[in-house]
Every structure is written in C-alpha cells, then in structure tokens.
Design a protein around this ligand. Structure first.
Ligand SMILES: Nc1nc2c(ncn2[C@@H]2O[C@H](COP(=O)(O)OP(=O)(O)OP(=O)(O)O)[C@@H](O)[C@H]2O)c(=O)[nH]1
Ligand SMILES: [Mg+2]
Length: 687
C-alpha cells in the first residue's frame, strides 16, 4: 500500500472536558465511516479507543488513542484525548501534531474548565477548530445556550453550522446549514442520506443560515460583493470560502449531535474533510533542518508485551520499515522496523508512511517522547511541549521487600509513557516519591504497576510541595578558613540577596549576578560560590523546602594565593547564603489549586461552606440545568482528600476537577504549624 499523499490527510485531536463524549464520538465516526460494524459503548467497554482495562474499570479515557478512517477519499487520523485534568499530557502532545482540534462540549454543561484550557493551547499552536455540541438528547440540554457560551467564553467567531431538530428526548435529527439538508436520528444504526429540512424549521434555519453566511462572506471579499448584490451564493462557493476561513483560523464552526445514537456524524465528517486543512496545506512548525526523512515522536506507550511503542508524525518522507534515522539527542541510529497504523489497541502494518501522516513503531531503543529523528545529523531544536508540572507527590514503597528495583523499573516505563508522572527520591527522607497532576493519575500508575509489571506498591499520604522565598534584601559575608597543618582552605565571599519576582505569572526563578570588581576573587572561583548558594537553596531553613525567587549578587570577597580552592568558595557561598537568608524575611509558599466543582443545586450551600473551611476563595458560580458549577481557589494542602468529602456531601452526585494555579504565601498561623512540624521531624530524624 503506497503512502497517503499529504493533501489527502486530515489530522484531528478530539479534546474537551472530562466525560463530554469524546470517546463515544470517535466511536460513532469510525462506525459511520464503515471502519467498525457496530457502535461500541462506554458502558459495555466496547469502544475502539478506550480499550485498556483501567479505562474500562473507570469508564474514562486515561491516555490518547490513535485511530483512522476514510471519508470522501480522505484519510482522517483521530487522536482521542482524555478529558481529566490528571491526564493532560496526551492532549498537549496530540495538539502539537495535528492541524485541527475537534473540541467537544456537553450540551448540558457547556464550556467547562478543561475545554477552555485546550482551546487556549490550540490557539497557541494556531490550530483550526471545530466545536461539537454533544449530548443534546439529555434532559436540560440546550444547543443555543451552549452556542452562546462558546461565543462568549471561547471565541465570538464561533458560528453554528448545524442546528438540532427538536430537543432533549424529542431530538429527532440535525440540520446541516452549509449543505442545507437534514439527517434524521439513526438510533444507533448507520446514519442515512441527506433529507429535506422539515418545513416547521424554515424560519429558524433561515435565521442561522444567514448568520453563517454573514460570518463566511466577512472573510472573503469576492463573496461579500456578490452577496451584497443579492446573488444566491452556490453552496460550493460558500463551502470553499468556509474552508478557507476555518483553515486560516478565522471561523470556528459549531456542529451538534448525539454520539451514542450516531446522530450528526455525516455532517461532521464532511465538515472535518472540508474545513480542517491537510498537512500539505498547513506545514508543520516542527524543525527538521534539510533532512529528507524525519519523524517527531509525540507519544510513547509502555506495552508489557510489545515493549516500547513510539507514535510519531512524519515530518519529511516517506519513511518505510527500512528507514534508518538518527536521534541528534543521543546520536544513536535507529532502524524504524515495521511501521504500524494504530486503531485503538489493534494495529495494521503498512509499507510506507508519507509526510504529515501519523503512525507508530515498536522497539526503538533510546527514543523518548519529544525527540525528532532525522536521516542525517542536523542540529534541530526539538519542539518544546509545555507539559504541566506535577503538583502532587506521594511516597511509594513496594509491599514485598526486595521489589524496590522492579518498582523503580516499572515507574520509569510509566513515566516514559506520561511525562507528567515523575519519580524522584526525597533527599531528606530517602523515600521514593511519585509525583503527578492528580491523585487519580498516581492511583492509575499504581494499578498499572500491578497489572503490567506485577509489583504491588503502597501509596502513602501525599506531600504538599511547599516552596520558600524571601521578602526583603539582606547581606552576609562568610569566611571559610582552615589553616592548621597541611594545605589550608580559604574562601571568603560577601553576597547580597534580594527578591526576584516571577516573570509574567511564570515560575519563581534564581539569578546569580557577578558584581566583583578589581578581581578580589578570581574568575575561576566565582562559579563555585554560585554552586554553594544553589546547594543551600535546595532546603530552606523554614520547612526544608526549595528556595526560589532569589537574585544573588556576589559583591565582594577575598582569596588566598595558596589555600583557596573551589571547595572552599562553595562552602563560603553556601554559608553566606544561609546567613543572609535568615535576615531576608523568609516566607513559606504553598500551591493554590483552581477547583471546579459541579454539584446538584441543593448541595451548593454545604459544598460552599466546606470550601470556606478549607481556606477556599469562591470565584464564581454558574447554575445550569439543575446543577451548579462552583469555581474556587483552594490551597492544595486543604484539598488533598477532597473526593471522599465531596461524595458524602452530594450523595455521590458531585464531580470536580482541579489544576495547579500558582504559589502563594502561607498565612502566618498556618505557616507556624508547618514550621513546627518540620522542626519536630528533623529532631526525630537526628535522634
Ligand atoms: N445521553 C448521552 N450520553 C452520552 C452521549 N455521549 C456520551 N454519552 C455518555 O457519556 C459518558 C461519557 O462518555 P465518553 O465518551 O467516555 O466521554 P469522554 O469525553 O471520552 O470522557 P473522558 O475521556 O473520560 O474525558 C458515557 O457514559 C457515554 O455513554 C450522548 O450524546 N448522549
Ligand atoms: Mg474518552
């Protein structure tokens, strides 16, 4: 089978908030395109893209899954992304390798926090976007309310391209405003061909068709002129202009349907083919120099049987199984071997894969997510995918003694698969820490250690990643001197430390400025002072947390012609920092989480009261369809075990998601307790 031409490929990431029906939508698209012969369901665990046992058990997607289908002679690659905040890495990686994002919204809940987050990322990458309003058969679903929410909260360039026929349980079809036809509810079967639009909808269809035309002609001068002259614009011309506008990121068409009934898929597939640009039309921004063959690894799957599976996008090609590429990061040569197209858990071997296409290979040796492989060594800067930083750390230990190595190996494999899952040893306690974006992400990793790597581990309560910083400037000088017998030690430095604010809401940093005049310390020793300071900053004096947000100026010092050494200056630097730190009004910082809780209206009072007692700050409330979404900022320390509390407050009907927002100073009375506790811990450790 020859490689698909770039002009005939559409790459689409299916993204959105948790549980809005992304996986069900992919299932329906595959079914409608004839890739599968029955419509699988989440409830029965029979969908193509949620194939993993852990996904079945939790009835949610835990990782990005590739699948593909053919429609109108085009190949559509779909990446079904998880919506949960703990599993964001795959959405961000997928958005880096596609031209289009299919943003799914719930017809009941509208724009939720993760929809806005992925929207912003798609915006950053300049992706074409199609919105799909799903679940219109559910009670209190309202297409027009969600359309309005999309226009105010995502972009005012969102415009309806489809309309529902009827609503809630009386929903009977959708109207395609572009081709001016209707599709009737297939109730889970194949969607039939286009039908005439029901007469009773004529006025509403007219109104929204005009809104669509207005939006389209706005982006095209020629059409605008003809439109103003009153010409009836042929559908092909409108479709062409729309395609241009979507490709240029000027219009975001809003489609709709019911994925579990397979309603709305024909019109949506047409729209994806017509609207989303092909890789030929919109080249990648990932660098590959003058390489004739190149691939970008955007995902790694740790398969216990097949080993490591690397998913990639072809940047230059075609590539075949015989292609040997080099990884400029490691300089290692890698023969691709059998190239695979993934379809959920299944794969199909292919001979070649062309530019812009997505595929996978097994068993590359030293390749990690984010690598660009090229046919000859060219200096390429691999694209930076800004993955969220882990915010929660749990100590883990194997249940059986002697399983430490096995556990570490398993965790290494899992963090290859998900870069937001990280492990490290706590230098103070010696414990093995597993960090991630949410408690669930870490729990899933523990389940997988059991199911894939046969190690049982215990998870200990999470630790809050406190940080420390300073509020004012301070100066200190330290002389490290040992001059009795043998060769002596001599290092003397004076430093000034001052607060270094974060740039534009970014992370707190560190800066070392060399202000030595007259060479009182020679050049070769100055970096040693920096090193000593950094070492001291790893554990602040308050709670042993890393110190950040400090600028250190090396202003003076002295050296000895014989006894000075790097070692001596490092110690002097470290001691000087410790001195200065105490005088610089050090404070403790804690992570603040952005929390979104959706609860039945009758438990809003209880949930708000509880958030208040957790030092939460209410940011807003939005009632929609009997449920209220509460947005609040809450310190992580207060919300580590929220899921049990929420379940008991709402009788299991509440749902929440949270993500790291920023660091803030811990209020004095709380900080005092943490500092006391750390002191005690240190004393017991010493005793
Ligand atoms: N009534 C109704 N239920 C739907 C529809 N689409 C999905 N569902 C149900 O909603 C639940 C979530 O669907 P999924 O397809 O798993 O949603 P998702 O967006 O992939 O979820 P995550 O991957 O966990 O973020 C399942 O129980 C589906 O059966 C729909 O159009 N109508
Ligand atoms: Mg899913």
């Amino acid at each position: 089978m020859p490689a698909t031409e770039p002009g005939k490929i559409r790459n689409i990431a299916v993204v959105g908030h948790r549980g809005v029906g992304k996986t069900s939508l992919v299932e329906a698209l595959l079914f409608q395109a004839g890739k599968t012969n029955r419509l699988g369901s989440i409830e029965q665990g029979t969908t193509v893209s949620d194939w993993d046992d852990d996904e079945h058990r939790r009835q949610m997607s835990l990782s990005g899954t590739l699948s593909h289908l053919e429609w109108q002679g085009r190949k559509i690659n779909l990446v079904d992304c998880p919506g949960d905040a703990g599993f964001q890495a795959d959405s961000y990686a997928a958005l880096r390798v596609v031209e289009g994002a299919l943003v799914v919204l719930s017809g009941v809940m509208g724009v939720e926090v993760n929809s806005s987050r992925v929207w912003a990322r798609a915006e950053e990458y300049g992706l074409s976007r199609v919105v799909f309003v799903n679940m219109l058969d559910r009670e209190r679903a309202d297409f027009f309310r969600v359309l309005e929410a999309a226009r105010t909260q995502l972009s005012e360039r969102c415009v309806a391209i489809q309309l529902p026929i009827g609503a809630e349980h009386e929903l009977s079809g959708v109207v395609d405003l572009l081709h001016m036809c209707a599709y009737m509810d297939p109730a889970g079967g194949k969607e039939g061909g286009p039908q005439p639009i029901p007469d009773e909808l004529a006025d509403q269809v007219q109104e929204y068709r005009e809104k669509l035309l207005d939006a389209v002609v706005e982006t095209n001068e020629d059409l605008m002129a003809r439109y103003l002259e009153g010409e009836e614009l042929p559908p092909e011309d409108v479709a062409d202009a729309l395609k241009g506008a979507v490709a240029r990121d000027e219009i975001y068409p809003v489609a709709c349907g019911v994925t579990t009934k397979n309603l709305g898929t024909t019109a949506l597939l047409d729209l994806l083919v017509e609207g989303v640009p092909s890789p030929a039309r919109k080249g990648t921004t990932i660098e590959f120099g003058d390489a004739k063959q190149a691939v970008f690894i955007f995902k790694t799957i740790a398969d216990p049987f097949a080993g490591r599976i690397s998913c990639f996008r072809v940047l230059a090609g075609p590539v075949t199984g015989d292609t040997t590429l080099v990884d400029p990061r490691t300089h290692a040569k890698e023969r691709l071997g059998q190239i695979l197209l993934l379809q959920g858990k299944d794969n199909v071997p292919v001979d070649a894969l062309g530019v812009g296409d997505l595929g996978a290979v097994a068993k590359l040796k030293d390749v990690v997510t984010g690598d660009v492989l090229v046919d000859h060594e060219v200096p390429v800067e691999p694209p930076h995918i800004d993955f969220p930083q882990p915010v929660m750390s749990f100590a883990v230990s194997p249940k059986a003694k002697g399983d430490e190595e096995k556990m570490a190996a398993g965790l290494r494999r899992l963090s290859e698969e998900d870069p937001t899952l990280q492990m490290r040893r706590d230098p103070q306690t010696g414990e093995q820490l597993l960090s991630g974006l949410s408690q669930m992400q870490v729990e899933v990793a523990v389940d997988r250690l059991h199911s894939r790597f046969h190690v049982d581990v215990e998870l200990h309560p999470p630790r809050v990643p406190y940080k420390e910083t300073i509020r004012k400037e301070a100066r200190a000088r330290h002389r490290y001197k040992k001059q009795t017998g043998g060769r002596g030690q001599f290092g003397d430095c004076e430093i000034l430390i001052e607060p270094l604010p974060a740039e534009d809401g970014g992370e707190l940093g560190y800066e070392f400025v060399d202000k030595i005049v007259g060479g009182v310390i020679s050049h070769s020793f100055r970096p040693a002072v920096d090193k000593g300071v950094r070492e001291a900053m790893e554990h602040g004096d308050l709670a042993g947390a890393p110190v950040q947000g400090v600028r250190v100026l090396l202003v003076d010092g002295m050296e000895h012609s014989v006894d000075s050494s790097e070692m001596a200056f490092k110690i002097a630097g470290s001691m000087a920092f410790k001195d200065a730190y105490q005088k610089a009004e050090p404070v403790l910082l804690e992570p603040i989480m952005e929390l979104e809780v959706t609860v039945p209206d009758d438990s809003v009072g209880t949930v708000n009261g509880d958030l208040n007692s957790r030092r939460g700050r209410l940011q807003g409330m939005e009632p929609a369809a009997g449920m209220t979404t509460i947005r609040a900022e809450v310190p992580m320390a207060e919300i580590l075990t929220y899921s049990q509390a929420l379940t008991s407050m709402t009788g299991g009907r509440g749902d929440y998601s949270m993500a790291f927002l920023r660091y803030e100073e811990v209020p004095t009375h709380v900080a005092q307790k943490i500092i006391e506790a750390t002191k005690k811990e240190r004393e017991t450790a010493k005793a």
